[in-house]
Design a protein around this ligand. Structure first.
Ligand code: G3I
Length: 373
């Protein structure tokens, strides 16, 4: 009898061990970007309107599984939030923030002060006191509304030219460079606990990088709090080099701010003009329909798929190496289907910049990141 009991116990132990093994395998299979990089940095995606409304079923499923931070691709830009003086429309932004709270994500606000996608009345304003008061009202209203909910604000977006000088935006022209620290001070005043960022593209390039350094030092000298620099990371398969990105991480971290990669995507399409970054006013209408500019409209060759996976893997290896300096890595979209890069700088192309394909299936680039666990 004793023998039988021991045998039964032995079988039970074996079966439990098998179960533990199986459940470990299941956990491994259900691994996701947010679990793989959980102890290193947030991993996120920018959301379009359908995703914010929850009607992109497949995209929303990916969002919940993979990402622990979200950015609003368009809905929090000035032209949508405050199209007319003191007339605010928070419908979509409220939905966005509610979604972030529901899925327990770190919620990004993008963006408070940006010359693009600005309301018409702001573009026309010439009076400096009036413009300052508009900016103050915008920051006060928007930041206060989401105080304690939006964890990080892109306070100022794209204030620099490619040579590192300040961009001749309507803000600079009417207010002078003091608008920069003033914007950060107002944001800090209306939510003292939110992280405040300067966000821009092509800022791994040495000249523009030097401009960011000057800007951050100026903000600090003016007594404005800046917590992070957002490197947008609209890149391609080769540029910028890993070395240049690493130098950039080290340069910004040395200023005492955190670094985030805020709009990551890797274009695989020809860029014969060597355009960098994301200046949306650059658009090349005459190339629409030109097949040499759109070589993968029927599918991405394996070789390019592999190159994309390798590029993503080497980037994330670098991010992991510098995890102590990096707060967040956000992809500018969920699937290739809705990437802005299908329409920039030439409209109606077929680009493949993200980790999930047009059918929302994970690409080789996705597995190349899960391999880093
Ligand atoms: O809302 C209209 C819609 O009514 C119309 O039917 C449709 C027809 O094309 O256009 C819609 O507006 C588009 C808008 O996205 C919403 O989809 C604009 O044409 C289009 O220009 C706009 O592009 C956005 C772009 O910012 C504008 O600057 C992209 O989606 C968005 O991904 C992009 O995001 C920026 C970041 O905010 C800042 N960094 C660069 C990045 C890429 O440009």
């Amino acid at each position: 009898m004793k023998k039988i009991i021991l045998l039964a116990l032995g079988l039970l132990v074996l079966s439990c061990a098998k179960h533990i093994n199986q459940s470990q395998n299941t956990t491994k299979e259900s691994n996701s970007l947010q679990t793989v990089f959980k102890n290193q940095f947030y991993v996120g995606a920018a959301l379009n309107e359908r995703q914010i409304k929850g009607s992109d079923t497949k995209g929303n499923r990916i969002l919940e599984k993979e990402f622990n931070t979200i950015s609003p691709e368009n809905c929090m830009k000035w032209m949508f939030l405050q199209p007319k003086p003191n007339v605010f429309d928070f419908k979509m932004a409220d939905k966005y923030v509610a979604l972030g709270e529901k899925i327990n994500a770190h919620i990004i606000g993008h963006t408070l002060v940006w010359h693009s996608q600005l309301a018409a009345f702001m573009k026309e304003e010439q009076d400096s006191a009036q413009m300052a008061s508009y900016i103050h009202n915008h920051i006060q209203t928007v930041v206060s509304r989401y105080k304690g909910k939006i964890g990080t604000w892109d306070v100022v977006n794209e204030a620099l030219k490619e040579n590192g000088d300040l961009r001749q935006s309507v803000f600079l022209n009417v207010l002078g460079e003091g608008y920069l620290s003033q914007a950060f001070k107002w944001a800090a005043q209306y939510d003292p606990n939110a992280k405040l960022m300067y966000n821009d593209y092509n800022i791994c390039h040495p000249k523009k990088r030097a401009g960011v350094v000057r800007l951050v030092k100026q903000l600090q000298a003016d007594g404005a709090r800046i917590d992070g620099v957002g490197i947008q990371a609209h890149w391609d398969l080769k540029k910028p080099s890993i070395q240049q990105i690493e130098e950039t991480i080290l340069t910004y971290a040395a200023l005492g701010v955190q670094v985030s990669f805020t709009e990551l995507d890797i274009s695989v399409l020809p860029n014969p003009w060597e355009l960098v970054g994301a200046e949306v006013s650059q658009n090349f209408e005459k190339y629409i329909g030109d097949k040499t500019m759109d070589p993968y409209s029927k599918g991405l060759p394996d070789q390019v798929q592999d190159a994309l996976a390798a590029r993503y893997q080497e980037l994330f290896k670098l991010f992991v190496k510098h995890q102590d300096k990096i707060d967040r890595v956000t992809f500018w979209g969920i699937s290739d289907k809705n990437s802005w890069l299908n329409d920039f700088p030439i409209k109606q192309r077929t680009n493949y910049p993200l980790l999930f394909d047009r059918n929302y299936q994970p690409k080789k680039a996705y597995s190349s990141l899960l391999e880093l666990q």
